[in-house]
Design a protein around this ligand. Structure first.
Ligand code: DX5
Ligand code: ZN
Length: 220
């Protein structure tokens, strides 16, 4: 069985207090910290990059689950590794020609490679990255259009999760966007085990309760 990983999205945190926000989430029971890297080009928003990851790394040993919403992920491998990223998830839409090189480099820098799909991207597009000699170790199924926190969960994306879970029983399948107490059961039933949650965790009066509820749903 795959294990549950609850990953609060730090995009919803107070960036001015990132170290204490991260610490707070770990204390509340988070397994991973989800870091949204955006370049203002692949998505219409700009967030953080390697310098911020490097600063945060000095304050935490937590697994930093980095989601790269960038047009040229290859350019980010070296800086993100130096900064202390743990997972490096790139988008399949921008990596059709060089994913093999990308995966090889990510692994050679001791990061864990993952591949993400936008809502309009068919699930079949990630099969080559899972079936070859040098597979990625996680698939991130976007359940909102990438770029912003606080959007509405797209239940129709659960078909992708079910298809992946049937085909790859031990794969880490992450869902990202609009996850919270009212949507987690759909994702968990479909077979997702890594759960990103931004606004539902940071916006809750008691984030620890939300984290524990998300975990229970996945572990059921
Ligand atoms: C959106 C990001 C998400 C986002 C999720 O592009 O990839 O990680 O922070 O936020 P919520 O959980 O609020 O939808
Ligand atoms: Zn994300």
């Amino acid at each position: 069985m795959v294990s549950a990983k609850i990953a609060p999205s730090m995009l919803s945190s107070d960036f001015a207090n990132l170290a204490s926000e991260a610490q707070r989430m770990i204390t509340f029971g988070a397994d991973w910290l989800h870091m949204d890297i955006m370049d203002g080009h692949f998505v219409p928003n700009l967030t953080i990059g390697a310098p911020v990851i490097e600063s945060l790394r000095k304050h935490t040993k937590a697994y930093l689950d980095c989601h790269l919403m960038v047009t040229n992920p290859l350019d980010y491998v070296e800086p993100m590794a130096k900064a202390g990223a743990s997972g490096f998830t790139f988008h399949v839409e921008v990596s059709k020609d060089n994913w093999q090189e990308l995966v090889h480099k990510i692994k050679s820098k001791d990061m864990r490679p993952g591949v993400a799909l936008k809502p309009q991207t068919p699930v079949e597009e990630v099969y080559p990255l899972l079936d070859g000699e040098n597979p990625v170790e996680m698939v991130l199924v976007m359940t909102v259009a990438p770029g912003f926190g606080g959007q509405k969960f797209m239940p129709e994306m659960m078909d992708k999760v079910r298809t992946l879970r049937d085909k790859y029983p031990s794969l880490d399948i992450e869902v990202d966007g609009g996850l919270g107490p009212s949507t987690i059961d759909m994702a968990a039933k479909a077979g997702a085990n890594c759960i990103v949650a931004g606004s539902s965790v940071f916006g809750a009066p008691e984030p620890a309760q939300v984290i524990s509820l998300l975990r229970k749903s996945v572990e059921q």
